[in-house]
Design a binder for this molecule. Structure first.
Ligand SMILES: *Cc1c(COP(=O)(O)O)cnc(C)c1O
Ligand SMILES: [Zn+2]
Length: 417
């Protein structure tokens, strides 16, 4: 089935066809929503057909993606997504929460949520015959693009701030991308990569710029829906009962997740989306600020947080990110760096290793419970967006130094007592 779709500007509502490559609305630079042919899909496809799919990746939703042909069979592109959902009793008991689910994105091929977006953008680049794909990144988007591009022998150019965590830079290099470290901030790399794509004709993956990143990210919403469809023994009988917590930087993950639930609504496969809660670092809270002022005007901040993946001065998908919470009866929460570090340890004690941005969502849940924003009888799903191995220095801040002893039983006895 060939997918048909249009673009619709999230600000002015103008629709564009998809013959030409456009990224944002030519009139007002608004983010473009991809509008699928829902009545066609509804006729051609049932939820049961999807549930019967044996494809253990985002490509099980190909009919709901604006991509014609699946690519990359037999490569890591086909292990993107379909990530596990855990229900750790130790954590729900600690929080005195009735039902806690954690969707862990660290098993993705490059160890973060960003693979979902990069896989779809790489597929699109191949479909439209673009040889080089470029992105600006705080690290994970670049690693994901580099890894997905390498999997199908595409060329990737990645621009990252020179102070990105070393593990992320190592990933870029190992995946054979052309790596340009910018002596500046993420926002500087962002602007430069757009100029580069215009100058050299490269396809630009930038988050909150390329309309297909949110399309890739929406697959997480499909997976959440399908998981609860397949686990009818939980307290979540309908999506509306659930509260979803996700960390927010540019606002593209939360917008993508919202889009996924909106697609399911448009198909009549759900009645109401879950409530969506965005969590930002207090030092990088441009979207939370706008939400709290009941505004869609995003004012830039001077971002400063240990959670590098959500450290953003001017969010590129801010308006849709505000709406993800406001249109679902959700909210925004800000968390301090010490709360993020504490949350890394909390998750670790349940066997889940998160990078700071990944743990921010759990830190936000703790605050939402304390303040009564979310009731303890509400089933909650928290997304860990990235692996703790991405940022070892931050992880080491969450725990004491290990003991060093002489290799004698005597010293060992002292140590274990
Ligand atoms: C990119 C990223 C986020 C935030 O996603 P946005 O689309 O920028 O809001 C959160 N966590 C991790 C690990 C990320 O890499
Ligand atoms: Zn517009």
């Amino acid at each position: 089935m060939k997918s048909e779709y249009n673009y619709k500007c999230s600000l002015c509502g103008h629709e564009y066809d998809t013959q030409e490559i456009i990224y944002t609305c030519p009139r007002d630079s608004g983010n473009l929503d991809v509008i699928l042919d829902y009545s066609n899909i509804r006729e051609a496809l049932s939820p049961d057909q999807i549930k019967k799919s044996r494809e253990p990746s985002i490509w099980r939703y190909l009919a709901l993606l604006p991509i014609g042909e699946p690519i990359g069979a037999g490569t890591p592109l086909h292990s993107v997504g379909w990530t596990p959902v855990y229900s750790p009793d130790s954590l729900s008991e600690k929080l005195d929460l009735r039902d806690l689910f954690i969707k862990d994105e660290s098993p993705n091929p490059t160890a973060s949520f960003k693979d979902r977006a990069s896989a779809v953008v790489v597929a699109k680049a191949i479909e439209i015959g673009k040889e080089v794909v470029v992105t600006a990144s705080t690290g994970n988007a670049g690693a994901a693009l580099a890894g997905m591009a390498a999997a199908v022998s595409q060329k990737a150019v990645i621009m990252a701030p020179k102070n990105a965590p070393p593990a992320k830079i190592a990933q870029l290099l190992i995946y054979n991308a052309q790596v340009i470290l910018v002596d500046g901030r993420y926002d500087d790399a962002f602007d430069l990569s757009i100029q580069a794509s215009q100058e050299f004709g490269w396809y630009c993956r930038n988050t909150g710029f390329n309309p297909f990143t949110a399309e890739g990210k929406k697959t997480a919403a499909f997976e959440i829906w399908e998981w609860f469809e397949n686990h009818k023994n939980t307290s979540v009988k309908n999506m509306e009962e659930l509260a979803v917590f996700v960390s927010v930087g540019d606002g593209n993950i939360i917008s993508g997740i919202h889009k996924g639930f909106k697609d399911l609504l448009a198909l009549d496969w759900i009645e109401t989306p879950p409530r969506i809660f965005g969590v930002q670092a207090a030092g990088s809270a441009a979207i939370a600020n706008a939400f709290n002022q009941k505004s869609e005007q995003i004012q830039p901040v001077s971002a400063d947080t240990i959670a590098d993946s959500i450290s953003v001065d001017m969010p590129r998908d801010g308006v849709r990110a505000v709406r993800a919470a406001s249109q679902t009866n959700g909210s925004y929460i800000t968390v301090e760096d010490n709360e993020i570090i504490r949350a890394i340890k909390d998750l670790g004690e349940a066997g889940i290793f998160a990078e700071p941005a990944g743990a921010a969502s759990f830190a936000g849940l703790k605050i939402a419970l304390k303040s009564g924003l979310v009731d303890r009888s509400t089933p909650v799903l928290v997304i860990n967006t990235g692996s703790g191995l991405k940022d070892i220095n931050a992880a080491r801040k969450a725990v004491p130094q290990p003991l060093i002893i002489q290799p004698t039983l005597e010293d060992l006895k002292k140590a274990v007592n």
